[in-house]
Every structure is written in C-alpha cells, then in structure tokens.
Design a protein around this ligand. Structure first.
Ligand SMILES: CC(C)(COP(=O)(O)OP(=O)(O)OC[C@H]1O[C@@H](n2cnc3c(N)ncnc32)[C@H](O)[C@@H]1OP(=O)(O)O)[C@@H](O)C(=O)NCCC(=O)NCCS
Length: 175
C-alpha cells in the first residue's frame, strides 16, 4: 500500500482527470458517457477518487437503487477504475472498501456489482441470486453478479434491481 494516499468524494475540478483515467484503464471500452452522466446525478451517486501526491489515480461510483415493493436502501457499484501505472497496489480495493464503509453508515443494506468474482470476492462479495439485475445475464456471466450485505434485515431483499434511467442500457449488461 502507498503511504500518501487519500480517498475523498470527487469534485467538479476532478472531471478532466477522471475523463483521462477511464480510457487509460479501459482501452477497449468507452465508459466515459456513462461516467459523465453518473457524475451529473449527484444525489443518487457516491463518487470517490483516490489521490496520490495530488494525482488522481483511481475512481469508483456507487449508484443508489431500489427493489420494487421494498423499502430497502441498496446500491450498485460501478464503474471502478485505477490508472494502469497504479494498479495492484491496493487502490481499487481501498476505494471499494471506503465506499462500502460510507454506505453502511448511510444505512444501505446491500451493494451489488457485475464484475470479476476473482476480484470482488476478495473484498467480501458473494454470488447474488435473490436480487436479479435489470436485464437477464448470459449463462456464463451469472457468477459475475454479486452482492455484499452491509446490514442484515429480517427479510433479505428479493426481486429485480430497479436502477436509475441512465443504467437502463442493455449494452451495459451484455458481453
Ligand atoms: C480492476 C481494477 C479496478 C483493480 O484495481 P487495483 O488497484 O489494481 O486492485 P487492487 O490492488 O486492489 O487488487 C489487486 C489484486 O486484484 C487482482 N486483480 C486486478 N484486476 C483484476 C481483474 N480484472 N480480475 C481479477 N483480479 C484482478 C490482482 O490479481 C491483484 O492481486 P495480486 O496482486 O495479489 O495478484 C484495476 O486493475 C483496473 O482499473 N483495471 C482496468 C479496468 C477494469 O478492468 N475494471 C473492472 C472493474 S470490475
């Protein structure tokens, strides 16, 4: 782990660095339109940046979601990006853990992610079947739909995850 590492909520002045980070971290995928839209949705989004020596090296977004007919406060993790030169130093996990800590304090009971289980299970995510993603996933992706429980409730959440409009793009949920 790096010594001078800070995690804080993103600021409007971080926009240029965030817009550079995503194409660097995801050379084959254009996530910038989604990220830009998410950053405009301040009240429903927790956006955290990782800073090393005033350089923005990582970013993660958590979006507030719901489950039809349930009062539960739940969240969707993604995207998560760490600059190629800064990967494998614990920055991605630190960003996710800090987000989970803040969401737990805010009363969020469960957080979902569509991502590589080899990565997220180290943070504590487990395969999720009670709550389903907005679009059916191809069979080979089912293990990639995961969750972590932050607060235990009497009746665990069950049903389809209801996401804000900007997440309702099938391409975001398909290989
Ligand atoms: C995936 C990503 C966010 C991880 O951030 P990071 O700061 O490098 O990760 P950490 O240092 O916290 O954890 C590193 C560990 O996770 C593993 N890991 C890293 N990326 C992984 C991936 N895509 N799948 C599975 N494991 C991964 C590594 O093996 C490493 O473990 P090791 O050093 O013991 O081998 C970062 O590598 C990244 O931005 N990659 C490009 C974009 C991307 O694929 N994002 C997908 C997020 S779902």
């Amino acid at each position: 782990m790096i010594e001078e590492f800070e995690i804080r909520e993103s600021l409007p002045s971080d926009t240029a660095s965030i817009e550079k980070l995503y194409p660097d971290a995801f050379p084959d995928e254009d996530l910038l339109p989604l990220v830009k839209e998410l950053l405009r949705e301040e009240p429903i989004v927790l956006s955290l940046v990782g800073i090393v020596d005033r350089t923005l090296v990582g970013h993660v977004i958590f979006t507030t979601c719901s489950i039809a007919g349930r009062p539960d406060n739940v969240s969707l993790l993604g995207p998560l990006a760490v600059g190629p030169a800064w990967q494998r130093r614990g920055i991605g996990s630190a960003l996710v853990r800090e987000g989970l800590r803040r969401l737990e304090n805010a009363g969020v009971i469960q957080v979902y992610v569509l991502g590589d289980p080899a990565y997220y299970e180290r943070i504590g995510f487990k395969p999720e079947s009670g709550v389903t993603p907005p679009y059916a996933l191809p069979e080979e992706w089912c293990g990639a739909w995961q969750s972590i429980t932050l607060h235990n409730v009497e009746q665990p959440p069950h049903g389809k995850l209801s996401v804000p409009q900007l997440w309702l793009q099938p391409a975001l949920w398909a290989p």
